[in-house]
Design a protein around this ligand. Structure first.
Ligand code: FES
Ligand code: FES
Length: 151
């Protein structure tokens, strides 16, 4: 079946199979490989994308659920301050978890621009990093919160 949706600001029409996962459609049909398959079971958040600005696990969504929605992947977040903050705070090691973290952090900063430590920890609670870079990731988010409050 054919569906249409917006991806990183562009309208797309795609043919999908009824049981196709959103994660697989993004990677295999659109070549957007920034969303990574990790557990494929809702436990790691490497597959995170935004639907209408809210983070979701694309391994738990069917592609058909994208119909008529606005999806953002890591490829659509070029030049966003959160990408620069991750580099400056050395919040990337092997990088496998990074796109999921960046999308979740970006959404956090849009929804809670003055998030406390507790909110940050809660928000990122289901993102797993096997390289254990949690402290640097938190520092990257906090550096943008400090920038907001001193602006
Ligand atoms: S691959 Fe989706 S939550 Fe792990
Ligand atoms: S940077 Fe390696 S899994 Fe997070």
């Amino acid at each position: 079946m054919a569906i249409s949706f917006q991806i990183n600001g562009e309208e797309k029409n795609v043919y999908i199979r009824p049981a196709e996962l959103l994660l697989d459609m993004l990677r295999e049909q659109l070549g957007l490989t920034g969303a990574k398959p990790g557990c494929k079971n809702g436990d790691c958040d490497t597959c995170t994308v935004l639907i209408n600005g809210k983070p979701i696990k694309s391994c738990l969504k069917l592609a058909i659920e994208a119909k008529g929605q606005a999806i953002t992947t890591i490829e659509g977040l070029k030049n966003e301050p959160i990408q620069k903050a991750f580099v400056e705070k050395f919040a990337v090691q092997c990088g496998y978890c990074t796109s999921g973290f960046i999308l979740n952090c970006h959404a956090l900063l849009q929804i809670h621009p003055n998030a406390t430590d507790e909110i940050i920890e809660d928000w990122l609670g289901s993102n797993l990093c096997r390289c254990m870079g949690y402290q640097e990731i938190k520092e990257a988010v906090k550096s943008l919160i400090e920038d907001n409050s001193s602006a």
